[in-house]
Design a protein around this ligand. Structure first.
Ligand code: HOZ
Length: 438
């Protein structure tokens, strides 16, 4: 750019903070399009993002932030990775939506099947919520049963019947049992504590022959990252098979993240149905559900359970998803991501000890949660013991120093392949100071 053109261009107007939030609240409910973004549990005004590049976000306030929220999980390669942008652009130029079958959606489904052998048939949807809701419908249609078991603190999108003891934003905002859900819907959900095989057995005993499915995040990330105890997933597989009930793995967060084939590959468990989201759409609105051929064949047009969507298998989202999965196969970033996450978590642990802060960091692969709590978090009850106010103070201490974490305690944070030592060192330095004010 020449000096002359530079002079002419108007300086970028810096927005953000209270003024922009006030304006947003006049147009959008709560000023946001998804509740956790409103910063309600950490206080203050939300970050309004103008753009993202690699490991960084730029706010409407003109400030740059190292991003560890990463849109809550889809961005394995950070923001605006060249190959993914190029693929989406090319698809968009060919037409944004057809509402008709395309070759590319078949290719994406084939890639999903290669990664997840359990997904004998796949259906693409536009969001994880939709995929979760439809997986339940398939399970109910197949079994002819109505009840579903979920775990306290598990989050499977804002599906009516699953907004019971729900984690993620529902917990953050203090509405784990949402208003607006008919009692009769909520009554189809049986909630049991995570990591409690006896409670699962008891629920199946009590509702013998009535449970269509058990849905679980195999590594819960929506009450913060929690790890299943040894053998727990195998217990769930054994019990559901014995009871002729279906096992649904919600791998919206873990799919393609903890390893290419998701948590089911890590644990060597074959669920009946799997739900994917986030990474599978490469940062665009796309999700998927799939599983056993006989169960998925209940879905229309093969079977009587109806589910449809004008933008299902949208060509732009499919292109971004395909490009992401191809990059994952080509670059195999998993070992490096784990190293980056370990380096960061070690730095955070050390900084917390030095500051005398009780911190329990739980992590797997490239995702982690710093819980402000003593002792391990193994289920919803122990997750709720975390000090949300302390997390809020830490969050703002980090934000002030140019680091963006998930604006809520009961979520997972992520590192991407675009992060490097520079970004991690910056975060650890920021944490050393931020912990002092916790
Ligand atoms: N359900 C997401 C967190 N697990 C939040 C989505 C968002 O607010 O963008």
């Amino acid at each position: 750019m020449t000096k002359a053109t530079k002079k002419k261009s108007a300086p970028r107007r810096r927005l953000g903070g209270a003024a922009l939030f006030a304006r947003a609240r006049k147009a959008l409910v709560g000023g946001v399009n998804s509740p956790v973004r409103a910063f309600k549990s950490v206080g203050g005004e939300p970050l309004f993002v103008a753009s993202g590049a690699g490991a960084y976000l730029t706010g409407e306030d003109g400030r740059r932030y190292v991003d560890f929220c990463l849109s809550w999980g889809p961005l394995m390669f950070g923001h605006a990775r060249r190959e993914i942008v190029a693929a989406a652009k090319k698809a968009l130029e060919r037409g944004s939506t057809f509402g008709a079958a395309t070759l590319a959606e078949v290719e994406l489904a084939e890639r999903i099947q290669e990664a997840f052998a359990s997904m004998q048939l796949v259906r693409l949807t536009s969001s994880g919520t939709e995929a979760d809701m439809s997986a339940l419908r398939a399970a109910r249609a197949f079994t002819g049963r109505d009840l579903v078991i979920k775990f306290a603190g598990g989050y499977h999108g804002h599906v009516d019947s699953l907004l019971v003891a729900a984690g993620s934003g529902a917990t953050t905002l203090g509405v784990p049992d949402s208003a607006g859900v008919p009692k009769a819907f909520a009554a189809t959900t049986i909630v049991v504590p995570f990591n409690d095989t006896a409670a699962v057995e008891a629920a199946f005993r009590k509702h013998k022959g009535k449970i269509a499915a058990l849905i679980v995040e195999p590594i819960p990330a929506n009450m913060g990252v929690v790890f299943p105890k040894d053998g727990f997933m195998a217990d769930l597989r054994r019990i559901t098979a014995r009871e002729k009930s279906l096992l649904i793995f919600d791998e919206v967060i873990t799919g393609f993240r903890v390893c290419y084939g998701g948590a089911q590959t890590l644990f060597g468990i074959t669920p009946d149905l799997t739900v994917l989201g986030k990474i599978v759409g490469g940062g665009l609105p796309l999700a998927a559900y799939g599983g056993r051929r006989d169960v998925m064949s209940m879905i229309a047009p093969e079977g009587p359970a109806y589910q449809a969507g004008t933008l299902s298998g949208n060509p732009v989202a499919v292109a971004a998803g395909k490009a992401t999965l191809d990059l994952l196969r080509k670059e195999n970033p998993y070992a490096r991501l784990e190293q980056l996450k370990e380096y960061l978590c070690e730095g955070l642990r050390h900084a917390a000890i030095q500051a005398g802060v009780s911190l329990q960091i739980q992590s797997v692969g490239s995702m982690f949660t710093p819980f402000f709590v003593e002792g391990p978090v193994t289920d919803y009850a122990s997750a709720l013991k975390a000090d949300k106010a302390a997390y809020g103070r830490f969050f703002h201490g980090m934000l002030k120093r140019g680091v963006y974490l998930p604006p809520a305690q009961w979520e997972a944070a992520f590192v991407s392949y675009a992060h490097g030592d520079k970004e991690l060192d910056l975060a650890v330095r920021a944490a050393r100071e931020a912990f002092r004010a916790v």
